[in-house]
Design a protein around this ligand. Structure first.
Ligand SMILES: [Zn+2]
Length: 143
């Protein structure tokens, strides 16, 4: 999507931006990709030029992914233990370890995109880590 010089993108509601982020698309325009590779964020949207580097998800996607995967896998473990005639531990390891890894790898980029979209929709941006820090009180620290 290309925007004319004087036209701004239409306002986006919270859940639309979350859905776009979940799909790995720019939360503002829904056209450009959020990620250059598996979890590597692009600096800006290639479609609408939204600066994406200011929205840093940090550890939130990993936390939410662990939370969701745990709430899927642990009940399944308990159900198998209860209704599956108490299988040996190697059966549990064979089932739940690969399932946990696959679920985490599937969910992590989706959740990271949704977190980035939530940060964008709430205007929660953080400065680039490499940006110079403003001097305290306007005093020049080099003097
Ligand atoms: Zn965009």
């Amino acid at each position: 999507m290309v925007f004319a010089m004087n036209s701004a993108p239409a306002p986006v509601d919270f859940w639309t931006s979350i859905l776009r982020g979940w799909s790995g698309r720019c939360p503002r325009c829904g056209e450009g990709a959020l990620f250059g590779s598996f979890l590597k964020m692009k600096n800006h949207c290639t479609a609408c030029e939204l600066a994406l580097e200011a929205y840093r998800a940090d550890d939130a996607p990993a936390y939410f992914t662990i939370f969701v995967v745990g709430h899927i896998v642990v009940p399944l473990v308990l159900l198998l233990e209860r209704w599956g005639n108490e299988p040996p531990l190697w059966v549990h390891a064979l089932l739940w370890l690969p399932l946990s890894v696959v679920l985490a790898l599937y969910l992590l980029p989706h959740i990271k995109g949704a977190v980035i979209a939530a940060l964008w929709s709430q205007r929660i941006a953080s400065p680039k880590p490499s940006a110079p820090k403003p001097s305290a009180g306007g005093l020049d620290s080099s003097v």
